[in-house]
Every structure is written in structure tokens, then in C-alpha cells.
Write a protein of this length. Structure first.
Length: 408
């Protein structure tokens, strides 16, 4: 048989069993969808996170009290919350400030407070920061309207974009408005631009007040001269690992403990990248496992369809062999059929995957469309179809024509 005759014959066979063919194609579509959508979203999330983590460059550090049960990052520029095992003090910030190579140091405290605006009340976390903090993070925390805090400010507040626009529902807060914090009047002097990345929800909802005001508001929960986090910026060209070692040695001396028993942690860009990178790698492997299962199920569906096709067409195979079709011709007929099913499933899966990514992207879900992902999914679906059809195709090709004609 000529190649074009084999293709035409295979296509007619598939159209005769259209319902079964459609169902088989759906199985491949699901597998390709899993590969395209899950992989694209996974890579998009990783790219988005890596872009945001770039703001925490090698020139920035945080010093935090050691925490029980691990640490949880609330955002790139935000503090880290949890149950503390140690404490930091103003003298620790002064010690770090005296280290050669340190450009600036900002202390901060955090606590929960009751906010009131236009008769509505809620309780939320508030950060009290020294003014230099906003200089350290001026490439990440930027002003949309108004200005940031300075050390001379009192009873003023700067709001993250979400905090200003959605914290009190339809009642949006603007520069010049006054809100009550624990019953005290605070004038809004700045609204921050929305960051809008996958890790920035906490930062976009942040509320900042002057450091001294925060120490007064949260005095019942703080010991004398206590600070809860210290933000550090290094001079250009200074080795972060060297400064980290110096900080650990000097603060351990302040706390009268050995370095290996320190009750604080120095958070560096390497620390964050390693922690987040490990989580992302685990997530990627888990998602890859899911996509492989979905693709395997699609391949099983094709194989099942081809085996059923062989059983139903035994006499037809006998007639083909009786009129001169070779084993190779029969093998190619069934392989082409399975390959066409895989090809169609891959094509429909790719188009549907693009539509789904477009829809979820409109809702803010990050994704990254890479040509190699689509090429892999398309080729993989066709190859899976061919491989799944080889075993039943060989079975069909080996049938004895006399026995096949007698089969009922």
C-alpha cells in the first residue's frame, strides 16, 4: 500500500468510530493541558518570585530574633513574623551601625492595633519604622501620592495601596485623611504604589507609623529598648558574608552567648534564595509528577482504543492481507491511527491551554509561555500516541489471514 493510501484508510477507520476517537482525544487533551497549564503557571510563579526577590539584593540584610518552629516570610521588604525565642535591642542596632561597610540601619517594631475610619473598626498589624527604612527599600517601596515617613514625624501614617483602597471596603483612604489607631488620631501622609506580585500581598496591605510612635503604642508588649527587627543596607562592593560574620560575632557578644547558640538570625539574600529555591524545586517536581500521570492516562486511553479496534476489525485485517497487504502495511495503518489521535489531542490541548492561561492571567495568576514547553507537549502527545499504538499494531500485523477471516 502507498503511504497516502495508508493515511486515507486510517482516517476513514477513525471517523467510523468517531465517538470512541473523540473520547480518546479528550484523554490526550487532558494530558497536554496538564503539561502546558501547570508548567507555564509554575514557571510564571518562579519567574515572578525571582524578580521580586531581586529587590532583596546582596546589599540588604535583616536581623531578627530567633523564632520557634521556623520562619515565615511575609514579603520581600516586610518583617518576618512568628514566636520569638530571643530579643533585640537598640544597642544591637547601634552595634551594627558602627561596623565598617554598613551604609544604614533601620530599627522597627510591630504589633496589632485597632484602626477606625468613618465609623468602621478593624484590628490589623502595624509596622513602626525608622525613616531610613524607606530609603533602603526605595526601589521596592515607592510613593504613589504624598511622602514617606521621616524620623521627625509624629502621629502620621503611610498606607500600602491595598490598605488604602480596600481595607475599609468602599471607604477609600486618601492623603490628608485621619484614621484612629488605638483611639489616637493619625494623619495619612502617603499612599504607596501597588507592588502587585505573587509575594507582595502583605506589603501592599502594610501600615507604617513612625518608630517612636510605635514604641509608645506597643509599649505593653515590649521590654525596655526592645526592637523586633533591624533592616541593614551595605555599602557598594562590601562582602555580605563578611559583614554577616561580624554582625553575628558582635551581637552574640552583646547577648552574652556563643555564636552557635545565638538567639537571633541574620537574613541575607542567599538565605532567602536558598529557602525559596528549595520550596520552588519541590513544587515543580510535584507538578511534574502530576503532569506525567495525566499524560500516562492519556496514553493508556489510546492503547485501549487501538486494542478494541484490532478486536473489532479482525476480519477486515484478514481481507486486507488476503488482497495483498503486508504485515508492514497493517502495522503502519494502526500506528498512523494512534499517531493521528495523539496529534489531534496535542493540537486541541495546546489551543485550550492557551485559552485557559489567558483567562487565569486576567485574574492576576502569573504564567510564562515558553515555546519549548508547547513544542514538547505537542511532540510528546504525538509520540505517546504512536508508542501506545505499536503493541496493538504489531498484534494486528501478526494475525494469520485465514484465521482472521474465520473470526466471528
Amino acid at each position: 500500500m502507498r503511504p497516502q493510501d495508508i493515511v486515507a484508510y486510517s482516517w476513514r477507520s477513525l471517523t467510523r468510530t468517531s465517538l470512541r476517537s473523540y473520547l480518546t482525544v479528550i484523554g490526550i487533551v487532558i494530558g497536554v493541558l496538564a503539561v502546558v497549564v501547570i508548567t507555564s503557571i509554575s514557571e510564571g510563579v518562579q519567574r515572578d518570585i525571582n524578580t521580586q526577590l531581586a529587590a532583596f539584593g546582596p546589599d540588604k540584610m535583616f536581623v531578627m530574633p530567633s523564632m520557634a518552629g521556623g520562619r515565615t516570610f511575609t514579603g520581600n521588604a516586610g518583617p518576618i513574623q512568628g514566636a520569638t525565642q530571643g530579643k533585640l535591642f537598640l544597642r544591637d542596632a547601634d552595634t551594627i551601625r558602627s561596623i565598617s561597610g554598613v551604609k544604614s540601619v533601620a530599627s522597627g517594631v510591630e504589633g496589632r492595633a485597632t484602626l477606625e475610619f468613618k465609623g468602621k473598626q478593624l484590628t490589623t498589624a502595624i509596622f513602626a519604622m525608622e525613616g531610613v527604612y524607606f530609603e533602603q527599600w526605595n526601589d521596592y517601596i515607592t510613593i504613589e501620592s504624598g511622602r514617606v515617613l521621616t524620623d521627625n514625624d509624629r502621629r502620621v501614617v503611610v498606607l500600602g495601596n491595598d490598605a488604602a483602597n480596600s481595607m475599609f471596603g468602599k471607604d477609600q483612604i486618601g492623603v490628608g485623611n485621619t484614621i484612629l489607631i488605638n483611639g489616637n488620631d493619625y494623619k495619612v501622609i502617603g499612599i504607596l504604589k501597588k507592588i502587585g506580585t505573587s509575594l507582595s500581598s502583605a506589603d501592599d496591605s502594610s501600615i507604617y507609623i513612625p518608630f517612636e510612635d510605635g514604641r509608645a503604642e506597643f509599649a505593653p508588649t515590649l521590654t525596655k529598648n526592645e526592637v523586633q527587627f533591624i533592616s541593614i543596607q551595605l555599602l557598594d562592593g562590601v562582602s555580605g558574608s563578611d559583614i554577616q560574620s561580624i554582625i553575628e560575632d558582635r551581637l552574640a557578644n552583646n547577648h552574652k552567648v556563643r555564636v552557635e547558640d545565638k538567639d537571633f538570625t541574620v537574613i541575607t539574600s542567599d538565605y532567602i534564595n536558598q529557602t525559596v529555591g528549595s520550596l520552588l524545586t519541590t513544587l515543580s517536581l510535584f507538578l511534574l509528577f502530576i503532569t506525567l500521570i495525566a499524560t500516562f492516562v492519556g496514553g493508556i486511553g489510546i492503547m485501549n482504543t487501538m486494542f478494541m479496534g484490532v478486536l473489532e476489525r479482525v476480519q477486515e485485517i484478514g481481507i486486507l492481507k488476503a488482497v495483498g497487504a503486508s504485515q508492514r502495511d497493517i502495522l503502519f495503518i494502526f500506528v498512523v491511527e494512534s499517531g493521528v489521535l495523539g496529534f489531534l489531542g496535542g493540537l486541541v490541548g495546546l489551543v485550550t491551554g492557551l485559552l485557559i492561561l489567558t483567562v487565569v492571567g486576567a485574574f492576576g495568576v502569573p504564567y510564562w509561555v515558553r515555546l519549548r514547553i508547547f513544542a514538547f507537549a505537542f511532540v510528546f502527545s504525538a509520540v505517546i500516541g504512536i508508542i501506545a499504538g505499536i503493541i496493538p499494531a504489531r498484534q494486528a500485523a501478526k494475525l494469520d489471514p485465514v484465521d482472521a477471516l474465520r473470526y466471528e
